[in-house]
Design a protein around this ligand. Structure first.
Ligand code: PRT
Ligand code: MG
Length: 209
């Protein structure tokens, strides 16, 4: 009897990039998350279901065992503090870069630089490693507005094409990290449900290598 497995995944770009990978393992959801209000999606495999949740909640569900597996951006994992997760596979999907950015025509910064971001831990660690004092201001979205409206000197955010920065008169200043999505595994489930999880990990590694 295969173990029951719940895979936590966020709607949007990670879902869109992850489903073709799961399809190669023969795992196909029965409902489309864009046309159902269900948050738990059955798949064609009777023992496997998907949990469609907020990207930032994926590590919490997996660490606490509400889902055995999850797919989460490295940005979310770097920001999350917890150690109940294995992170065995870089799936190479939903790629982007974590960048420091500022106004194209910035005036010189006279005081401690102010940085808006939703990634406060990543930002704190980045500047701490460089020994630079900054003031970190947490926002939950539209970070690009910070420098434009004088709320901050810099932003720390994800950049893909660079179009969002450009449209708001911002330029990248420093590269903080390369980001892609990772498979995460609950530590207890890795032992208890190894017979079912191991083949999934092996096949996924083969597919993405
Ligand atoms: O939307 P919600 O608040 O529920 O969560 P979320 O915004 O974290 O989810 P979602 O689906 O937008 O992103 C999920 C994951 O996708 C992130 O955690 C990243 O790992 C990954 N990813 C890859 C990105 C991007 N590329 C990306 N470009 N996440 C966000 N962006 C945003 C970026 O924040 C900026 O606003 O896209 C904009 C920049 O894009 P360009 O192409 O204009 O540079
Ligand atoms: Mg979003």
């Amino acid at each position: 009897m295969p173990d029951n497995i719940t895979i936590a995944v966020s709607k949007g770009r990670i879902y869109d990039d992850a489903m073709p990978l799961l399809a190669k393992l023969g795992i196909v959801p029965i409902d489309d998350p864009n046309s159902t209000r269900k948050l738990v999606l059955e798949t064609n495999q009777p023992n496997i279901r998907l949990l469609v949740i907020r990207a930032t909640d994926v590590p919490t569900y997996v660490e606490r065992g509400a889902a055995e597996l999850g797919i989460a951006g490295k940005d979310v994992l770097m920001e999350y503090s917890g150690d109940g997760l294995y992170e065995p596979i870089d799936l190479g999907i939903a790629k982007c870069r974590m960048m420091l950015a500022g106004l194209k025509d910035a005036k010189p910064i006279l005081d401690r630089p102010r940085v808006v971001t939703k990634y406060t831990n990543i930002t704190k660690n980045y500047f701490a490693e460089r020994g630079q004092q900054v003031e970190i201001i947490k926002l939950y979205g539209s970070m690009e507005l910070g420098p434009v409206l004088g709320l901050s000197d810099w932003i720390v955010d994800l950049v893909d094409t660079g179009n969002t920065l450009k449209a708001n008169g911002l330029v990248t200043l420093e590269h903080i990290a390369d980001i892609s999505s990772r498979l995460v595994v609950n530590k207890a489930a890795m032992k208890m449900k190894n017979a079912t999880i191991k083949p999934i990990l092996d096949q996924l590694s083969d597919i993405v290598s």
